[in-house]
Design a protein around this ligand. Structure first.
Ligand SMILES: NC(=O)c1ccc[n+]([C@@H]2O[C@H](COP(=O)([O-])OP(=O)(O)OC[C@H]3O[C@@H](n4cnc5c(N)ncnc54)[C@H](OP(=O)(O)O)[C@@H]3O)[C@@H](O)[C@H]2O)c1
Length: 262
């Protein structure tokens, strides 16, 4: 299947590591012009070199903290200027802190909102003029399986990622007339550095081996294993591609059968 991504201009947020980086790599492998953005320039350069080597494509980097609206504005403009417009926006951010209802004050809720939901709004707002001119623009939001089934101890993520799902559905109606398709891709348990680090922490806390923690987690997943970033990136690239012409407003789980809800 031709994804129609060759020569398309793609911006991937929070992409120096993990799911963002894997998504950027998937687009680059399809011949797209890709800019990756995050806070840490050194890490971005490392990711750029890795993607360039694996995909044989030049990759742009731009520093951007998704908590800073000015940086979002400048980063998206810089990428569009360098790549001759923008066809695809992938929104992503670091996860909000874990905790339960009693752990958080107003400031924590406000920060969680800004990091997870408002950053998505701001990135989309900034990219929209370019996506409208592209005529067949695509937006893919990276969220979490918590949009279908809240995860214990992650109340900020559970609440604000559900907002991304509402935003996706609402915007699918508003943006259709401009030819823009918007979908959310929600990871279950994907083996990024962050997930592996959390496993190690849990193992230390519970005085168990990492293998034991991993096996326990994998037993919850119908396919019996944690997904790879490549498996996740491919789905993001598909929804951001011109091969997707008739799905918009959807939230798709990439979770190996972790969530059991209909
Ligand atoms: N992996 C999973 O299984 C899984 C499951 C459910 C949900 N998620 C969610 O998916 C997202 C990505 O997860 P991941 O596993 O890929 O995490 P990761 O490996 O820790 O990568 C996070 C990326 O986000 C960037 N980032 C963090 N805060 C940022 C900010 N304020 N502004 C700009 N960039 C920022 C980091 O780069 P810099 O440090 O350079 O800024 C890094 O590139 C997170 O929100 C996570 O909660 C992941």
């Amino acid at each position: 299947m031709d994804l129609g991504l060759a020569g398309k201009s793609v911006f991937v947020a929070a992409a120096s590591k993990g799911l963002g980086k894997a998504s950027a790599l998937a687009f680059a492998k399809e011949g797209a012009k890709v800019t990756i953005a995050s806070r840490n320039t050194e890490q971005l350069e490392k990711a750029r070199d890795e993607i360039r080597e694996a995909a044989g494509q030049e990759v742009g980097i731009v520093q951007m903290d998704v908590l800073d609206p000015k940086q979002i504005q400048e980063a998206i403009r810089a990428a569009a200027d360098a790549q001759g417009g923008l066809d695809v926006l992938v929104t992503n951010a670091g996860g909000p802190p874990g905790g339960s209802f009693s752990d958080f004050k107003d400031e924590d809720w406000e920060r969680g909102f800004e990091l997870t939901l408002l950053s998505t709004v701001r990135m989309i707002r900034e990219a929209l003029p370019y996506l409208k001119s592209a005529k067949e623009g695509r937006i893919v939001n990276i969220a979490s399986s918590s949009i279908k089934q809240p995860i214990p101890g992650l109340i900020l993520s559970n609440v604000f990622r559900a907002g991304i799902q509402g935003l996706t559905k609402s915007l699918s109606q508003e943006l259709a007339e401009d030819g823009i398709l918007i979908n959310t891709v929600a990871p279950g348990r994907i083996a990024t550095e962050r997930i592996m680090q959390l496993d190690r922490l849990r193992a230390d806390e519970q005085q168990r081996t990492v293998e034991d923690i991993l096996a326990e987690a994998n037993r919850q997943i119908a396919l019996g294993r944690t997904g790879t970033p490549e498996e996740f990136g491919r789905i993001v690239a598909f929804y951001g591609s011109l091969a997707n012409t008739y799905m918009t407003g959807q939230s798709i789980l990439v979770d190996g059968g972790l969530v059991k809800a209909l």
